[in-house]
Ligand binder design. Structure first.
Ligand code: FAD
Length: 292
């Protein structure tokens, strides 16, 4: 293993300066549950001269809720803090579907949604859930701060639209009105410490028995997590019914572009998109209706 400098700045400004001064050869580190593994195995995509530990920066540890602004999850907030948070449990409980299944208890003590997003694995278990919740990422670099919908962050396996001198600061979830429900589920052959063969995040808003908004997002069936806009649009205006949900599931299956690998064939993954979309939407509806 080569020599790597380690820096632990206390401000966003200092962290961004370290990233930009390195000329693209620095990596931010939140929990390190992806980064350290990649460094240890000498992953060709991860070969930094400097690791910038971001866990001492206050903005990246923010976990706050405001009825107008929604939920702010700092980029370094660990999964255990998410599922232990009263505001998350009261207003965004479906985020716990992801926070409780990323790794096991030890991993959840370090791993963050921010790291999951920046790692940009097609199988990242928090990403479809964030997309289903219409989350927006706040990113700061030398030229300022910008906001990007989460569905526009991942550009390929391990690649993002976040520049090498930029830092993800937080992920912001808009407040949901009455009648909102969401769910994330994945299929894995064994519990914990495994990579999703397929995963689905879904959200719905229901008023007077009809869908007024809906989103479906898929994991592990394309080079990036996918927002299947047509699946959500097919539900809007429809009365809640198994038929409407099945139509959305058919559209999600059609949108999937999976590969075959040791975890499953492309056909199997397509089939899973149908089954998991149906189940995730059904649970989202039940939650929206206060049934679970
Ligand atoms: C045993 C084990 C089990 C796992 N199980 C799962 C699982 O079930 N589901 C799943 O999705 N993942 C799983 N993972 C992968 C990993 O735990 C998650 O992806 C986790 O969310 C990563 O978060 P982190 O804070 O540790 O990220 P880090 O490892 O710190 O960072 C990940 C990447 O993001 C970059 N980065 C981090 N923060 C920022 C930032 N603020 N701005 C810019 N770039 C940043 C880093 O440079 C790095 O490239 C597992 C890992 C292990 C070791």
């Amino acid at each position: 293993m080569k020599w790597i400098d380690f820096e632990k700045p206390n401000t966003v400004e200092d962290a961004v300066k370290l990233l930009s001064d390195s000329g693209g050869n620095a990596r931010a580190m939140a929990g390190g549950t992806d980064l350290i593994v990649m460094l240890r195995v000498g992953h060709p995509r991860v070969n930094p001269d400097v690791v910038v530990d971001i866990k001492s920066i206050p903005e990246l540890n923010e976990l706050s809720y405001d009825a107008n602004k929604g939920l702010t999850v700092g980029a370094a907030v660990e999964c255990y803090k998410i599922y232990g948070d009263d505001n998350v449990n009261s207003h965004f409980s479906a985020l716990n579907d992801s926070a409780t299944l990323i790794g096991g208890t030890q991993i959840q003590g370090r791993a963050s949604f921010g790291g999951n997003l920046c790692n940009a694995a097609p199988s990242g278990d928090s990403i479809p859930n964030m997309i289903a919740h219409r989350a927006v990422a706040t990113i700061t670099g030398p030229s300022g701060t910008r906001e990007v919908p989460v569905e526009d962050i991942c550009t390929g396996p391990g690649q993002t639209s976040i520049e090498s001198d930029e830092l993800l600061i937080s992920i912001n979830f808009p407040s949901n009105g009455a009648g909102f429900g969401a769910n994330y589920i994945r299929f894995i052959p064994r519990n914990e410490m495994d990579i999703a063969v397929a995963g689905v995040g879904a959200s719905v808003t229901i008023e007077d028995g009809k869908f007024t908004s809906a989103r479906v997002s898929l994991a592990s069936v394309a080079p990036t997590p996918l927002l299947v806009e047509e699946a959500g649009e097919a539900l809007v205006g429809q009365p809640v019914s198994e038929g409407a949900i099945q139509k959305a599931a058919d559209l999600a299956k059609a949108a999937a572009k999976p590969i075959s690998d040791m975890r499953g064939t492309a056909d199997y993954r397509k089939h899973l998109c149908d089954v998991l979309t149906r189940r995730a939407l059904t649970t989202a509806v039940e939650r929206a209706q206060g049934a679970s």
